[in-house]
Design a protein around this ligand. Structure first.
Ligand code: PLP
Length: 408
């Protein structure tokens, strides 16, 4: 029997909506790509986008900037971080998170994750006590949202400022409240593999006027901050404009035009992601050797990727399992590798942290964790096939061989 294979690429995104392409062409024809390059009476695409994203989030202020990692960096600066300050963050995240902390002069203090890939609350409290950190940069990694009520409570108890990395939770909710509205500041990415796609880009949102004014100045507004609509009144900038360094990281009008056309489709796209996620989850759940994460009922997630574990796989079987899936067209990422690979890296490979922390629980969970992207170019039927292939390949390792039946 020939084995079923899957043919579509895991890195193919949908095209930009026609309206966005048309608007982008208009922006290019105008020549006014810089966000502060406007004619009399004109509001720049970047400023319009900020107003629209702030409204989407139900937050007062929004800054569009050059990347998600950049937003995280200036979020810490705008929140008042000083050189050498400890910053709590979950150990399972993408490299730009510890990078942003480092860039802001902070020292990451890593928090263990639990079996659902969220920050372990017990370890979080312990590290809040031990480190005395004033900042917690929570990364809702791969869209898994921790118990935000418990986290808010802990932050309040230990006087910790919460900054949310919502790179994978744009459009998600916890108990009906948008992810990104629990902390003082939230940061988003619009890099190609996230929920909006402008190649590169990011947002910072907050309700805090001083923080926003500092963030706007950091992003490189020069003295043109009046051209931001989703920003506080100019009076808030009186001292801040002189006290805040320019770290140049603006978004341009071309990207903003591309994003503005996508924003109205975001919620519908989240629904489409979940349809695909659930079809895959459903297939995988039929195989008892596959451990899926439990998604609490308070969480309205966006299933743009799926994680699963195969705890019975031996370390020496991991590579061949990934290879076997890959040869049938299913691209899995493994978060347990000692060597960083592609976008994936384990916390102990961030050697610049010079960190002596050992996180056995995180290592053990990641050792058998696999991950796959769910691009919207895949159909629901595709997800069923992918699920079948994975389940099949897991089975190839774990099923006890059948006793040979004589033909007859
Ligand atoms: C992508 C990502 C970021 C940073 O986004 P960039 O726009 O690529 O800088 C931050 N955190 C997580 C978890 C991400 O996946």
């Amino acid at each position: 029997m020939t084995k079923l294979t899957f043919k579509k690429p895991f890195t193919q995104q949908e095209s930009i909506p026609e309206a966005g392409i048309e608007r982008a062409i208009e922006v290019m024809r105008s020549g006014r790509l810089h966000r502060y390059n406007v004619v009399e009476g004109e509001t720049a695409e970047a400023a319009l986008l900020e107003t629209e994203f702030a409204a989407y989030m139900g937050q007062q202020y929004c800054l569009a900037c050059s990347s998600g990692g950049y937003a995280l960096h200036i979020a810490l600066k705008a929140a008042g971080i000083q050189a050498g300050d400890p910053v709590l963050t979950n150990a399972f995240t993408l490299a730009p998170v510890p990078g942003a902390i480092n860039n802001a002069g902070g020292v990451p203090v890593l928090i263990e994750i639990d079996e659902n890939y969220c920050a372990d609350l017990q370890h979080l409290e312990q590290m809040m006590q031990e480190s005395g950190a004033r900042y917690f940069m929570i990364s809702h990694m791969r869209g898994h949202i921790a118990d935000m009520d418990a986290i808010a409570e802990l932050c309040e108890k230990y006087n910790v400022i919460l900054i949310e990395d919502c790179a994978h939770t744009m459009g998600a909710f916890w108990k009906g409240k948008k992810s990104g509205t629990f902390g003082k500041i939230a940061c988003f990415s619009t890099q190609t593999y996230k929920h909006l796609n402008s190649g590169e880009g990011g947002f910072l949102t907050t309700d805090d006027a001083d923080i926003m004014a500092r963030a706007v100045m950091h992003s490189g507004s020069y003295m043109l901050f009046e051209r931001h609509d989703a920003a506080p009144d100019v009076s808030v900038f009186t001292d801040i404009k002189l006290d805040t360094p320019n770290y140049s990281g603006r978004m341009d009008n071309l990207r903003a035009a591309i994003l503005r056309a996508q924003l109205p489709q975001l919620d519908e796209n989240c629904r489409r992601w979940n349809e695909r996620y659930q079809a895959l989850e459903n297939k995988l759940s039929g195989n008892p050797a596959i451990q899926l994460s439990i998604r609490p009922e308070q969480e309205t997630y966006v299933g743009s990727s799926l994680q699963f574990r195969v705890e019975d796989l031996k370390p020496y079987q991991i590579d061949s399992f990934i290879q076997n899936c890959s040869s049938r067209g299913v691209e899995l990422k493994w978060f347990g590798g000692k060597q960083p690979h592609g976008f994936t890296s384990r916390y102990d490979s961030w050697r610049y942290l010079n960190n002596q922390q050992h996180l056995p629980q995180t290592l053990s969970i990641l050792a058998t964790t696999f991950d796959l992207r769910i691009p919207l170019t895949f159909e629901v039927e595709d997800m069923k096939l992918i699920g079948e292939i994975i389940s099949d390949e897991v089975g190839a390792f774990l099923v006890v061989p059948l006793i040979h039946q004589p033909a007859g």
